[in-house]
Design a protein around this ligand. Structure first.
Ligand SMILES: [Zn+2]
Length: 183
């Protein structure tokens, strides 16, 4: 398991370099080009081993919120405690939290006045989230915002579409989800 983790890190770090392989390297044998692109010929044998394991190592994780950014550069910092800069960012992070079953984040970002006792982990676990589309984000003043979105999901093989206009408030340096109108 430790080997897998180490290799995954190397592959992820090397991928952008591989993608940037220049024309001048095009004439070289593919294997040699890969090792040079990785920045070290000394590491070639170990890197070759990692390349062989690439099938089992996942690519950099795309953010579930559909932003086209890597999760690590999008919703993950918010899940780790960074305040959401906007209500839309919070909305996206809450959607990603549903996808990743981070129930504590969903709970913590729900305003205390409307927050349920629990977020229905049983129901949430039965839901397969398929995608998010943010249609509108308006912030009429410093402490209030609305975000209109469509989220698609599947439960027991049946597809559903949630179209909601959500209300958010900003308190003590954080945005909170209050409630929403469905439809
Ligand atoms: Zn995201």
């Amino acid at each position: 398991m430790r080997n897998v983790t180490r290799c995954r890190t190397k592959v992820v770090r090397a991928l952008p370099v591989l993608l940037l392989a220049t024309d001048s390297s095009r004439q070289k044998p593919p294997e040699k080009r890969r090792f040079e692109a990785a920045g070290s010929t000394l590491a070639a044998p170990r890197f070759a081993h990692c390349l062989a394991m690439k099938k089992t190592a996942p690519p950099p994780q795309a953010c579930p919120c559909g932003s086209n950014l890597a999760y690590a550069r999008c919703c993950e910092p918010l899940h780790q405690g960074q305040p959401a800069p906007t209500a839309e960012a919070l909305m996206r992070a809450r959607y990603s939290a549903y996808v990743l079953k981070l129930h504590d984040y969903v709970q913590a970002t729900w305003h205390a006045s409307t927050r349920p006792a629990d977020v229905g982990e049983g129901d949430a676990d039965a839901t397969r989230w398929l995608g998010l589309e943010v249609k509108r984000h308006e912030q009429p003043d410093a402490t209030h915002a609305i975000v209109e979105f469509v989220a698609r999901y599947r439960v027991a093989g049946r597809g559903h579409r949630l179209h909601e206009t959500s209300r958010f408030v900003h308190e003590n340096g954080h945005w909170y989800y209050v409630d929403g109108d469905i439809g």
